[in-house]
Write a protein that binds this ligand. Structure first.
Ligand code: SF4
Length: 476
């Protein structure tokens, strides 16, 4: 078996583009997701190591110095970081010319031919779910036999047939064992989760058809494949043993609530463990399921409301309505479940009026916290094809070249990219600077010293981010 380095490469300062991040950009408040996808092959390759450079602030030099210890390096790459990830491979190979280097992640899964042509320093691409593909490369199996592999041979780029989606997810190792072996959980931080947190997936894929959503379209598929309840509960128990300092567990599935009955079963099985957990959800979740989750220890749900305009909601194929969003919010409030609501500006059909409608809708729903993102057309998504076909894409660089901040690359007739970009701080200001929200935040800070510290730190980081973002936009 080859000694294998599974690497989240260094990139922009505080760039959260790792193998667990759906939105690959530098964020308003420093955040890092776990490199969960890299931890599966790591658990299957005995002589492996996961190195997550951004949260450890590792430089390319520091990472390159590790190259002589390995035979194989697998780098998780993204659309915004692709060019710099190729340079990292060159630096690794300067230090160890015998090193084999491969790329994984949604970007190379969709564009393997183009990526290998652009990066002769990369030896292969492991497309889509890459767990077993990478293991077979590490085992030294003949490359022409490895499903899901694209590679170079005799001056040509070859693509083996796709690897079928993994069905038996219980057969995968616990990523939390790899977190313990190779990572430091205190490096991982998400503003709306309690610190420190531990996250993992209980299933892969999502049955919804949201046109902008990266993973189901490029990576995990539109069928929710799940681990058994017993297997999920066993990993929760293991996490509690390994990380007694963890303040909560987060189930970061594409949509944890996609199978209501299973969600209720997991919740029931978690209740005796008396741990705090949070998860992703859709506004279509039933009251019965929300109640079961609350009784099982649920603290917070992350839910995509996205827009306050019914027409935009329909354009993005969200499979939801504004009234479902209202009902969901009301039920969560009744049950005492906190809500982190996510919104986007710049989706298909967006206008000045629809942005205003979204801000009003967010204030009406009044979730505990919100996140406002610029709609980003990643290659491989329906949204990307739509923008390309209509000529709405202004730029291919999805983030700012020096900072990694999201930049608006869609430009609609009647709504310029700059107006969409400026809508983000306006959205945040109008939501967070409401007397109702400020009174609530003050109440929370007075009651809880940990929350006070956290909210003040976030407030400072957020204001500094907005300032830097404005400066960056002014300079570009
Ligand atoms: S419901 Fe969420 S995870 Fe599923 S496709 Fe839509 S945005 Fe993506």
């Amino acid at each position: 078996m080859k000694r294998t380095l599974l690497l989240n490469p260094p990139s922009f300062q505080d760039f959260d583009g790792g193998a667990g991040s759906r939105y690959q950009a530098t964020r308003e408040v420093t955040s890092f997701w776990y490199p969960t996808w890299l931890c599966y092959p790591a658990g299957l390759i005995p002589e492996s190591r996961v190195v997550d450079a951004p949260p450890q602030n590792l430089t390319v030099d520091q990472v390159a110095a590790m190259a002589p210890d390995f035979d194989l390096a697998v780098l998780f790459t993204t659309t915004p970081s692709f060019a710099s990830d190729l340079q990292t491979i060159s630096r690794l190979k300067d230090k160890n010319p015998r090193l084999l280097a491969g790329l994984v992640g949604p970007h190379v899964s969709i564009l393997p031919e183009e990526c290998l042509a652009a990066g002769p320093q990369a030896d292969f691409v492991a497309r889509r779910e890459f767990d077993r593909t990478v293991v077979e490369v590490a085992q030294g199996r003949a490359w022409e036999e490895i499903l899901g592999l694209s590679y170079r041979a005799n001056g040509r780029i070859l693509h083996n047939p796709d690897r079928p989606f993994l069905e038996d997810l219980d057969a995968l190792p616990f990523v939390t064992d790899i977190y313990r072996r190779d990572l430091t959980i205190e490096h991982y931080h998400i503003p709306y989760l309690r610190y420190p947190y531990v996250s993992f997936y209980t299933g892969r894929g999502c049955p919804a058809h949201c046109v902008y959503c990266l993973w189901p379209q490029t990576f995990t598929g539109r069928r929710y494949r799940v681990r058994s309840v017993a297997n999920v509960v066993a990993e929760v128990r293991r996490s509690l043993e390994l990380f007694p300092q963890a303040a909560e567990i987060f189930f970061d599935d594409d949509t944890f609530t996609a199978h209501g009955e299973r969600t209720r079963e997991i919740s029931k099985a978690l209740a005796p463990l008396k741990c705090t957990w949070s998860a992703t959800a859709r506004v279509t979740t039933s009251y019965e399921t929300l109640k079961a989750m609350k009784e099982g220890g649920l603290r917070l749900l992350v839910v995509g409301f996205e827009t306050g305009d019914p027409r935009v909601l329909q354009n993005i194929k969200k499979g939801a309505t504004l009234d479902l969003g209202r009902r969901f919010s009301r039920w969560c409030r009744e049950l005492g479940i906190q809500v982190h609501g996510t919104f986007m500006v710049g989706l298909p059909g967006e206008t000045k009026e629809s942005i205003e409608a979204s801000i009003r809708f967010a204030c009406e729903l009044d979730p505990d916290t919100i996140q406002v993102s610029l709609a980003t057309p990643y290659p491989g998504t329906e949204f990307y094809d739509f923008c390309r076909e209509k000529g709405y894409m202004q730029d291919d660089a999805l983030v700012h070249g020096q900072t990694g901040y999201q930049q608006c690359v869609v430009d609609y007739p009647g709504l310029a990219a700059a107006e969409i970009f400026q809508a983000v701080p306006r959205f945040y200001r109008r939501f967070y600077f409401r007397p109702r929200y400020m009174a609530r935040a003050l109440g929370v800070m007075l009651k809880d010293p940990h929350e006070r510290k956290r909210l003040l730190k976030e407030g400072r980081e957020f204001l500094s981010f907005m300032f830097k973002r404005r400066q960056t936009a002014a300079c570009s």
